[in-house]
Design a protein around this ligand. Sequence first.
Ligand code: ZN
Length: 396
Amino acid sequence: MNTAIPSLSPHPALPTPEQIRRAPKVLLHDHLDGGLRPGTIVDLARDCGYTALPETDPGRLGAWFREAADSGSLERYLETFAHTCAVMQTREGLVRVAAECAEDLAADGVVYAEVRYAPEQHLEGGLSLEQVVEAVNEGFRHGERRARQAGNRIRVGALLTAMRHAARSQEIAELANRYRDLGVVGFDIAGAEAGYPPTRHLDAFEYLKRENNHFTIHAGEAFGLPSIWQALQWCGADRLGHGVRIIDDIQVAPGEGGAVKLGRLASYVRDKRVPLEMCPTSNLQTGAAASYREHPIGLLRSLHFRVTVNTDNRLMSGTSMSREFEHLVEAFGYTLDDMQWFTVNAMKSAFIPFDERLAMINEVIKPGYAELKAEWLFGPGSAVPPVARDSAATRE
Ligand SMILES: [Zn+2]
C-alpha cells in the first residue's frame, strides 16, 4: 500500500520581506570589490585623488553601477571593477570597505559570510600582498564589532582569489595558507572562464591539497560543463562558484512531472554533495539565466543538489541576500523551510571547522528560523519553541 500523506506546512504563508531580512542567512560567494557603498567610493576617490568616476553623487553613482552591469556589455561590466579597485589601494581604504561590508551584511541578517577578493589587485598604492590581507582582516574585525554594537551578530572569513588570466596563483595560494586561521579560510580563482581553464593553475591547487587547505573555483558560469569537470576532477575544488551550467548535463522530459535523467557529471556533483554557489541576479545580468523563474536553482533544489544562495556583487547587481531570497520566494513560492534548507546547506559547505559549522547551525540558524516560524502562532516576538534536531528543513 502506498498512500501518499500530504505534507502539512506549519507556516503556510510565504515569508514577508521583513521576515526574510530577519532570517539568519549564510553567504559563501560575495566579492569585496563588488559590494562597496556608493558614498564610500565617492569619499575614497576624493581622498586618493581618483578623478575618473562617472558620477560623484552617491545615488547617481549607484544607479550607474547597476546600469553598467545590466548593459550586456562586458567592457562596461569590467569598467565597474576598475572604479572600485581604484579606490581600494590604501590601507585606510581597504579597512573601511571591509568593515562596511561586514556591517552591511550583518544588518541584512547574514550571520556567517565568506567574502573574497584578489590581493594582487590592490598593490598599486605600494602595499605588499601581506599588508593587503592584514588591512582587510582588520576591517572585517572592525565591522564585526560595530555590527555587534548595533545588535547584529556576524562572523566573516576571507577567501583569497587569484585571477585566472594572471600568473600569480601559486603565490596567492601560499598567501592563503600563511594566513590560514588568521582570518583567511580558503582560496578561489576568478576572471574570464573562456580561454583560461582552471587547469592553468594546477600547481596552486595541488599545493593547497598537500596543505589540507580548502578552495572553490569559479566554474560553469559562462563556459559550461568542461569548466565544471576540470574544476572538480583535475583541480579538486571543494565547491563550485556558480556551477549553473551543470543543468546542461540534466535532461528533463517535456510536460509536468517529466522524467529527469542526470548525466555522469551531474550525478557526481549531486552524489558527492558538491556545493554550488549560485548567484541568481548576477546570472541574469551575465545572461547565464533568462529570468528568476527559469534559473536552474529551482530544478536543482527540487533534485536535492547541494545548492546555496549568494549575492556575487551586491553593488553591481543592486542586491543583498534578502533581495536574492525575495526573488526566489516570488519565483518559486519558497517558504521559511526552503530558506532554512538553503542556509543550512551553505553553513555545511563553509570552510571553517566542522564543529564551528555545527554550532552555527544548531545554536544560531535553527533557533532563528524556529522563532520566525512560531510567529504565525503567537504573533511577533513569541517564545522560541524547542528546536527539532532533524526537521525536514535540515535534511538533504
Ligand atoms: Zn563571483
